[in-house]
Write a protein that binds this ligand. Structure first.
Ligand code: SF4
Ligand code: SF4
Length: 354
């Protein structure tokens, strides 16, 4: 939503002050799994073209342009397919005193010994956090025992460990407590087990009966938009790490070129992005629906589904254009307060899986 109102000047002035805190790199769309509902339709047959020099070259540019970046995330697809190249990338970033996170399905942790040997190299390279994706869709390809090996090895190596688990009534956080290895680990290493955080997430294929409209998890401002720069395997830049980022053209902000900071800053002229950042898509939908008798408030499994709804529903977009001006003052005020409080805090970047 490009507005020519006073918001633009204000936005430009704070865009100079605030930059992204996270650079997130989708290293490849190839994956060992082919989970139903995968946001990027990743799978074993997709091309694999990560090149260390190209990725590290872009990281250098990004870190020079934005001194605000504190964390570099390597995801996919499956970034562990990069093998030693991943270790080199983590080492390259850590040497610059920037936090690192790898996101994985844990396919490589088929035994505890294998999990240790893979993670030891990454720990020595300086890895700050590992984020395992698991759940009822992932479990078809990677058994939960592999994920348990991965998280136990990771926590024992003192790596901050997050598990994002897409939950339904049968498959949720409790599956870990069903594992003897996990229970033994908690018993033997109570301090190290504090490094593990298990987060329940939504999944697009959840059946209606399994839908839990969890207010705390999805009715909130978006953590990644304007704070994260996402780079795709074909070196395009996206505004956020959303599930449907490739289906929302407004999240496409150009190529990973030397001048990519310009389109990043121009986003601050887009009030809708600031509104999504501050209040989140669910609140926007609730607000607009309350003003328009013809619009219902649908139920969503995931915060990004709500965003896709906003961007793809023409009637809804028209209604936003009609009403958004009433929200500018309040949203911009909250944005500034939020930034002033959060931009100093590095702690919130690690151990939250965002
Ligand atoms: S493990 Fe993740 S990236 Fe791979 S197919 Fe499943 S959801 Fe997609
Ligand atoms: S909520 Fe919207 S802006 Fe935020 S990550 Fe999801 S798609 Fe992107």
């Amino acid at each position: 939503m490009q507005s020519k109102s006073n918001i633009n000047n204000l936005s430009r002035s704070f865009s100079k002050k605030y930059g992204p805190n996270t650079l997130s790199i989708i290293t490849t769309y190839r994956c060992t799994s082919k989970c139903e509902g995968c946001c990027f339709n990743c799978g074993p047959d997709l091309p694999f073209y990560p090149e260390f020099d190209k990725i590290s070259g872009f990281i250098n540019i990004a870190l020079k342009k934005f001194k605000t970046i504190k964390l570099v995330v390597f995801s996919g697809g499956e970034c562990f397919l990069l093998g030693d190249e991943l270790v080199k990338l983590v080492s390259f970033v850590s040497a610059k005193k920037i936090f690192t996170r790898c996101v994985t399905n844990g396919y490589w942790a088929n035994t505890l010994d294998n999990a240790f040997s893979v993670l030891k190299k990454l720990k020595e390279a300086g890895l700050t956090e590992i984020n395992f994706s698991a759940g009822f869709a992932h479990n078809k390809y990677v058994p939960i025992d592999f994920v348990v090996n991965g998280i136990v090895a990771s926590a024992r190596l003192n790596i901050t460990t997050v598990v994002s688990i897409e939950s339904n009534s049968k498959f949720n956080e409790k599956v870990f407590l069903g594992s003897k290895e996990y229970r033994d680990f908690i018993y033997k290493y109570p301090e190290k087990s504090k490094l593990i955080k298990i987060i329940s997430t939504g999944w697009s294929l959840l059946k209606k009966k399994d839908r839990k409209y969890n207010v705390l998890s999805i009715d909130k401002g978006c953590e990644t938009i304007l704070d994260t720069i996402l780079v795709t395997p074909d070196f395009k830049i996206k505004s956020c790490c959303g599930l449907y980022v490739n289906r929302i053209k407004e999240m496409d902000i150009g190529k990973a070129s030397i001048n990519f900071d310009k389109p990043y800053y121009e986003q601050f002229d887009d009030f809708l992005k600031i509104w999504i950042k501050v209040e989140g898509p669910i609140k926007i939908i609730r607000y607009i629906s309350s003003l328009e008798a013809d619009l219902d408030e649908p139920v969503f499994n995931h915060i990004c589904e709500a965003c896709l709804y906003i961007y793809s529903n023409k009637t809804f977009r028209k209604a936003i254009a009609k009403h958004y001006k009433n929200k500018i003052e309040d949203v911009v005020f909250k944005f500034l307060i939020n930034k002033e409080i959060n931009y100093r805090s590095e702690k919130k970047l690690i151990g939250y899986g965002i």
